[in-house]
Design a binder for this molecule. Sequence first.
Ligand SMILES: NC(=O)c1ccc[n+]([C@@H]2O[C@H](COP(=O)([O-])OP(=O)(O)OC[C@H]3O[C@@H](n4cnc5c(N)ncnc54)[C@H](OP(=O)(O)O)[C@@H]3O)[C@@H](O)[C@H]2O)c1
Length: 310
Amino acid sequence: MPKTQSKWNETDIPDQVGRTAVVTGANSGIGLAAADALARAGAHVVLAVRDERRGEAAAATMRDARGSVEVRRLDLADLASVRQFAAGWQGDLDLLINNAGVMNVPEASTKDGFELQFGTNHLGHFALTNLLLPHVTDRVVTVSSGAHRFPAGMHIHFDNLNLAGEYAPMVAYGQSKLANLLFTLELQRRLTEAGSRVRALAAHPGWAATNLQSHDASVVRRMAMRAGNRFLAQDDKAGARPTLYAAIQDLPGASYVGPDGLGEMRGAPTLVGRSRAASDPRSARRLWTASEELTGVVFPHLAERAGTTG
Ligand SMILES: NC(=O)c1ccc[n+]([C@@H]2O[C@H](COP(=O)([O-])OP(=O)(O)OC[C@H]3O[C@@H](n4cnc5c(N)ncnc54)[C@H](OP(=O)(O)O)[C@@H]3O)[C@@H](O)[C@H]2O)c1
C-alpha cells in the first residue's frame, strides 16, 4: 500500500545522487538534520556556516553518507560575507535551503547595522537567494515559524524595520519569520513572472529541541523553553521533515509545510496555513522593495537559463 502523505519521513527521499544542495546554518539543529538526510540520500551538500570549525565537526558526522559534504563560510549577519559566498559559487545549485536563524536574542545589530533577527533571518537570506538565483535549478526553501503569527496582530513594521526605540525580542523574531513567508510569496510571484520553473516554498518545524532556544534574551523564557524542549518538543530529525518535504515533494510554488499535529507543534509534514498578514501580496511587494534598498541586491535577470520556460 502506498504511504499516506502524513507518514512521510526522510526514508522517502528519492535518490539525490547528482544533485547539489546548500543548507544555511547546517552545523546545528534542523539544518544539520536536513543536510544529513540529503547527504545520506546521495546529494552533494554544502554546509553554509558562520563558524567553519563547527561546520567541520558537523561534516564529520556525515562521513559515512552516500553523498559528499563540503563546508563553506557564510555569515548572514554580514552582507560582505553573503556576497563572498555567492561570488564563489560555480555551476548549478538544485536546492537552496534558507534555514539559519536566531530567536528572541537581546537587541543587537548585524555588521551592516540591521536589527539582528531581521538582518540575519530575512535580509541575509534575501541577499543570498537573489545572488545565487541564477544558479538555482529546482527550488528555494525558506524556514519560517509558527511565530510569524505572534505576538497577536504581527505585521511588518515598515516605518521602523529595525524596531529602533521599540525593540522587543519576540516582536523582532515574529517580524523576521513573517518576512520569511512574505519573501517566499513574492519570490514565487517573480519567478512565475520571469517564466522560471524554479519554485519558492516555505516550511516550519513546529517545536524542535535545538540550540535555538538557548540564546533567548529572557532568563524565564529560556528556562521555560528548556523544560519544553525536554517534555514537549520533537527532536531535530522530526523538526527537519517539513523542510525536507518542501525540498523534495512535488508541491505548488509558495506552499508552506509544517507538522500535522495539534497546534502544528509536532508530527509528520503536511501543507499548513499561514496568517492573513503572511498572505498579503501588497506587503510582500513592499517588503521586497525595502529589502532591495537595504541590501543593494535585486532580483536577477533570469533569461536564457536552463530553468526557465519559453
Ligand atoms: N527549533 C524550533 O522549535 C524552531 C521553531 C520554528 C522555527 N525554527 C527555525 O528553524 C531554523 C533552524 O533553527 P534550529 O531550531 O535548528 O536552531 P539552531 O540549532 O540554533 O540552528 C540555527 C543555525 O543558524 C546558524 N546561524 C545563526 N546566525 C547565523 C549567521 N549570522 N550566519 C550563519 N548562520 C547563522 C547557527 O549557527 P551557530 O551554530 O554558529 O550559532 C545554527 O547553525 C531557524 O530559522 C528557526 O527560526 C525553529
